[in-house]
Design a protein around this ligand. Sequence first.
Ligand SMILES: *Cc1c(COP(=O)(O)O)cnc(C)c1O
Length: 451
Amino acid sequence: MTSTADFQAIDAAHHLHPFTDPGDLARKGTRIITRADGVFIYDSNGNEILDGMSGLWCVNVGYGREELVEAAAKQMRQLPYYNSFFQCTTPPAIELSEMLSEISPAHINHVFYTCSGSEANDTIIRMVRYYWACQGKPTKKAFISRKNAYHGSTIGGTSLGGMTHMHKQGDLPIPGVYHINQPYWFGEGFDEDPNAFGVRVAQELEAKILELGEDQVAAFIGEPIQGAGGVIIPPDSYWPEIKRICDKYEILLITDEVICGFGRTGKWFGADYYGVTPDLMPIAKGLSSGYMPIGGVLVADHIAETLKAAGDDFHHGFTYSGHPTAAAVACANLKIMHREGLVDRVATELAPYFAKVMQPLADHPLVGEVRTTGLLGAVELMQDKSSHQFFENKGAAGTLCRDLSIENGLVMRGVGSTMIMCPPLVITTEQLDLMAERVAKTLDDAAKVLL
Ligand SMILES: *Cc1c(COP(=O)(O)O)cnc(C)c1O
């Protein structure tokens, strides 16, 4: 068997990792995850680690699901691949499309398949501009998004996203994408009433539409709750105000459901949680619980009907759009979610329990705020909570805390100095207790170094 050191050397010699400083990783050596079961992952040194991030926000039904393995094997024996170009399709893609239309809001009944969330957002840029052209409004091309948003890592996804460190590499965003402030109350509006702050930052959308001209603006895109940006949960006033503005100016609303979709908030979609009706919803991650790469765009009826009436091809698609094996696994995943009532279980049992065990950590000397919605959580690390002072080097504080967390047997991520969590939807209350204990121990360990 290959030893950890051998694995690390080979990896350093040949593998460039995503979102990683390759020189730094080569020096430190990567952690090699070899297997997983339920909510636990195991590394090549035999350590058991509670996966508080569901992989990358995706393993919603947990690891080790034989049913998903069987669904893939069965489909691969029958028909491993066929495309959905040229007037063809496959039974799993058909079945999944119907299942998605059943769980999505009533006015959304079509799906365009991709292999990832990034591709879903690139698809949206093309589909939305084409839609407006079909509507006789070809000048409606601009997208308005938020600073610190995450919509993927392709050219389109990075452009729609609002991460300046990503924009710097590769001359992005592309022209025609604009970013307003995010609804990050704790970080950027702390001295205001949260709901007043929520309305104020939502109204930046209206100001931007008026500045650009309604006839130039195609759509607004936002994650219902920003994930990679640091689990930023908007004040309750935010989304209704955004929706009001989109309607007033005939601007399409896109809720990026790549993380919030599939039960994460205790509803099927984040839009349902906030009671807004989007026109388009990019999906991925929890769609297959990460067992297969698959994403898509859920499309409202008025847009689908426009495309159907256009009399032309939508000249867009991927070799693996509607991949039958990935679709079969996604169907099996959704069947598990239905059968085990996971969405309701998050709403009624797990979300309240998660909030209950996490909230007491707000009293910790290192912690300025704890916030949770559904099974998304964030803990804000502070240099001095009494004067609302953040660490000067936020990233260093977060990274230290993240590394200590792994040593304590918990995957928790740091975004700046915000520690974030996103456990699988099958976690038990006992395992949530264990998670909270490990977060508390990590905060104690971090405080010894940082305070
Ligand atoms: C992860 C993510 C994406 C990108 O999905 P990939 O499958 O990594 O391309 C897009 N939007 C949001 C909100 C995400 O969290």
